[in-house]
Design a protein around this ligand. Structure first.
Ligand SMILES: Nc1ncnc2c1ncn2[C@@H]1O[C@H](COP(=O)(O)OP(=O)(O)O)[C@@H](O)[C@H]1O
Ligand SMILES: [Mg+2]
Length: 285
């Protein structure tokens, strides 16, 4: 896979900003005073050991859970108190760490459930020249088919999700998220459980979507995948934001290295390999 990324996006406008965001669950601080900036059209990694607060951060951005303090803005608008459906309509959509698909549905039906949530202004809407007034089921089915084609499942529209491999279900979930017409896509543990071929396919899909203008935040434990894909990375540890930077910055950051020491999932990739990945990421095309 070509690991290089464009550096021209580093000055792109900010699409998402978390300012001093905290979420408490009783005495536990799941997300602790986190500030983070994501720029339009970039692939941004959010990493950290298990329990670091990554999924909770996605919940806070997508509106599934309320902040204890701090603020979230999207496209310059304060969305801190906006409910989930309004955030979806504004263009924020996430996938989940564990599959939440309705297993008896076909891939097409699943993606159509996303079409029903479609706002009026997403990148994908304009990509397929559909516009915002789509009400009719046939148009939705056509759009869902096009999205399944985009994720490489154009020949699986009538396949029940229950019969699909884990990797393909992941792709269906992404197609469903795309059907909501997002400007910002949050992918939680997007490559976990995938084989190398599936992982590569998901990586290529993410690149394609970003090159079409979508902004993507990726949570993933596979460091080779994250370092090869992301332009900027935010690292959480015990809820706190311990580093922000390019892959090259992150792999040489002492606090990050210490946070991961003894963590087999990160150590599955030797540090030399992380450096090699970061070096190739940093090189221009
Ligand atoms: N709904 C909840 N109620 C109580 N504790 C929670 C809840 N959701 C997450 N947590 C806790 O918050 C911390 C961060 O969890 P999470 O965001 O899932 O971490 P990650 O996704 O980085 O593995 C963990 O200690 C987890 O047990
Ligand atoms: Mg998680």
């Amino acid at each position: 896979m070509n690991n290089s990324v464009s550096s021209s996006t580093s000055t792109a406008p900010v699409i998402l900003e978390l300012k001093n965001v905290t979420r408490r669950f009783g005495g536990l601080i799941a997300v602790n005073d986190v500030s983070m900036v994501v720029r339009t059209g970039t692939i941004h990694g959010l990493i950290g050991p298990n329990g670091a607060g990554k999924s909770t951060a996605f919940d806070l951005i997508s509106g599934l859970t309320a902040l204890s303090s701090g603020s979230v803005s999207f496209n310059g608008r304060d969305i801190t108190r906006l409910p989930v459906d309004a955030r979806v309509a504004a263009g924020i959509c996430r996938t989940f760490q564990t599959s939440r698909l309705f297993e008896k549905m076909t891939a097409l039906e699943v993606v159509m459930t996303g079409c029903h949530l479609h706002g009026s202004t997403g990148i994908l809407g304009s990509m397929f020249s559909i516009g915002g007034k789509m009400r009719d089921e046939m148009q939705m089915a056509a759009r869902a088919r096009a999205l399944l084609e985009t994720v490489g499942l154009g020949d699986q529209t009538e396949t029940p999700v229950v019969g699909m491999s884990y990797g393909k279900r992941r792709l269906v979930e992404i197609a469903r998220a795309l059907a909501t017409g997002p400007r910002l896509l949050l992918l939680d543990e997007v490559a976990s459980g995938l084989n190398p071929v599936e992982t590569e396919a998901v990586g290529l899909l993410i690149r394609k979507l970003a090159s079409d203008g979508l902004t993507i935040v990726v949570v993933e434990h596979d460091m080779r995948f994250v370092m090869g894909l992301c332009e900027q990375i935010t690292v959480l540890n015990f809820g706190a934001n311990i580093a922000n930077g390019t892959p090259a910055d992150i792999v040489s950051n002492q606090e990050v290295i210490e946070a991961y020491l003894g963590r087999p999932r990160m150590n599955a990739v030797p540090r030399r390999e992380l450096r090699r990945q970061a070096a190739s990421t940093a090189q221009p095309n």
